[in-house]
Design a protein around this ligand. Structure first.
Ligand code: GLN
Length: 540
């Protein structure tokens, strides 16, 4: 069959969860046996979100091919179990860069380069890039931002043209918000009508509406929206707030979103998607009674999205272990030797978060020392692993001023140092060690046991690394390097085998944990935390 293109736009307000709706639809189509991918087009000028502060844009997600991506790609992978790539995330910056490069090469043969057709053609080319590989039946394209934004106008123009070119093979789902006015005790559809009008003004007639709401919208009101917006009544659906995002595919299936899309695109819509494995996960999630209490030590604790993939990985692992995740954020800047015991009290396990720069670093050392000496299951990720190494150097090896050259360029003991290949790099964007690399694990190590494999592939995002000159000193004192890159011998995993569970990874296992295939290292960490919590309770 010809590739079908589904566009997801948003209206009224941002943060409605276009990513979750796109991912849920992808899940439903996949579960019906179709081959699906999702891509996100972001209307900002940055080439990618890699240089953005987490306060601006939440977590930076990393794809296997080393693209620093919008965090929605994390949702896409967690829902679909399919790897995304550089081609799945395009920004206005990338579009312009490519057009300007072509202009400089003379590709436009002396023509004046304009938004229409040159920028819109480049957007259209990128929309179809994945579809043209022949690997997908459906390409779902989420358009970032809200209809009416100046920035997204060229993207909407490209969608208008594609809908015209592709006919029934293209479809637009518009996501809007229906507010409930407490004082009037009424749901209001006017903002939705206006946002659809705005889409119509740029020449796009949405085919399906998804109305986000906190209260159930009555059928009469849905019919009214259909009438005002030129949409068939069956295609006006609602998406009520859900207790967990992982319920949304089922809720949207109840709303018949998958059937509506299929029938509007001329495909058979009978039969049911096979959601067994998904429902098993939800069943576990909704029936877990006991808790597992995990602390996350980091400096972006006031920001929900900064550690998105870690949160979700922990949540998935806890669910598979039949526990409710109780995640507590611990601000690394506020952690001191005086308050560490009370702040970490009662936790079953501790995550030392990734990050950049000096701020909050001493609090991470304090947490690690406490966890190491009290044998609390501890998982250090990227900067978290580097901090484990530094803390060990200072407090076990007696190398007082040991540090990473990221924090102190003049440290006498650079146990973490800038990677050789990084020394000549001055640009910040896209220049870290990025993407999936192979890692060989020491048989018998906790990491190897967790994966049940001796070679794994996980994703990276860093410039600094364990300084191998110190390797034997660490190993003799009990911190083992149990994972290394087979080609470069860079140390990727450290652990203290004599501890319950004390493991640090230079890579980010959280980028490869999905609902249907949770990351083994997170599962192992959560199991160790549960076991530790249970023994603690028995002792008390
Ligand atoms: N700042 C550290 C480095 O660049 C760790 C990065 C991270 O935690 N992602 O090596």
């Amino acid at each position: 069959m010809d590739t079908k293109y589904i566009f997801v736009t948003g209206g009224v307000v941002s943060s409605l969860g276009k990513g979750i709706i796109s991912s849920s639809l992808a899940r439903l189509l996949l579960s019906r046996g179709y081959r699906v991918t999702i891509q996100k087009f972001d209307p900002y000028i940055n080439i990618d979100p890699g240089t953005l502060n987490p306060y601006e844009h939440g977590e930076c997600y990393v794809t296997a091919d080393g693209h620093e991506a919008d965090l929605d790609l994390g949702h896409y992978e967690r829902f679909t179990n399919i790897h995304t790539s550089r081609a799945n995330n395009i920004t206005t910056g990338r579009i312009y860069q490519s057009v300007i490069d072509k202009e400089r090469r003379g590709d436009y043969l002396g023509k004046t380069v304009q938004i229409i057709p040159h920028i819109t053609d480049e957007i259209k080319r990128n929309v179809k890039l994945l579809g043209n590989t022949g690997k997908y039946d459906f390409v779902i394209t989420e358009i970032g931002g809200t209809v009416g934004d100046i920035e997204s106008t060229p993207f909407l123009e490209a969608v208008r043209q594609l809908k015209w070119d592709l006919g029934r093979d293209a479809l637009c789902i518009h996501l809007t918000y229906v507010p409930y006015l407490k004082a009037a005790k009424e749901l209001k559809t006017k903002p939705t009508q206006h946002s659809v009008k705005m889409l119509q003004q740029v020449g796009i007639q949405p085919d399906v509406l998804v109305l986000r709401t906190e209260k159930e919208i009555p059928p009469t009101m849905l019919r009214k929206v259909a009438q005002f917006c030129n949409i068939t009544p069956d295609a006006v659906t609602q998406s009520l707030d859900a207790p967990t995002i992982y319920r949304v595919p089922l809720l949207m299936h109840e709303q018949k979103l998958d059937q509506i899309v299929l029938s509007k695109m001329g495909l058979p819509s009978d039969g049911e998607p096979d959601l067994h494995a998904w429902m098993d996960f939800l069943h576990k999630l909704e029936h877990a009674e006991k808790e597992v209490r995990i602390g996350l030590v980091g400096k972006y604790v006031e920001l929900q999205d900064a550690y998105k993939s870690i949160n979700e990985s922990l949540f998935q692992a806890a669910t598979y272990a039949d526990r409710k995740l109780r995640l507590e954020y611990i601000h690394s800047e506020k952690l001191t030797p005086e308050n560490v015991a009370s702040r970490l009290e009662g936790l079953d396990g501790v995550i030392i978060a990734p990050g950049f720069g000096q701020r909050g670093i001493e609090g991470k050392f304090t947490a690690i020392e406490y966890c190491r000496t009290h044998d609390i299951p501890t998982f250090g990720i990227c900067l978290g692993m580097q901090c484990m190494v530094i803390e060990f150097a200072r407090n076990v090896l007696g190398l007082d001023d040991a540090n990473s050259t990221e924090m102190d360029t003049k440290t006498p003991h650079n146990v973490i140092d800038l990677m050789e290949e990084q020394k000549s790099i001055s640009d910040l964007g896209g220049t870290m060690r990025l993407g999936a690399y192979e890692c060989r694990l020491t048989p018998g190590s906790k990491a190897a046991e967790a994966y049940g494999a001796e070679t794994v592939k996980e994703r990276h995002r860093h410039r600094f690394e364990f300084n191998s000159a110190y390797r034997s000193k660490f190993e003799e004192a009990g911190m083992k390097c149990v994972g290394e890159n087979p080609d470069t011998h860079l140390v990727e995993v450290v652990e203290i085998p004599e501890k319950r569970w004390f493991v640090g990874t230079q890579y980010h296992p959280e980028y490869q944990s999905t609902v249907l295939s949770p990351n083994p290292l997170f599962l192992s960490f959560i199991n160790a935390a549960i076991e530790y919590g249970d023994t603690k309770n028995k002792d008390n």
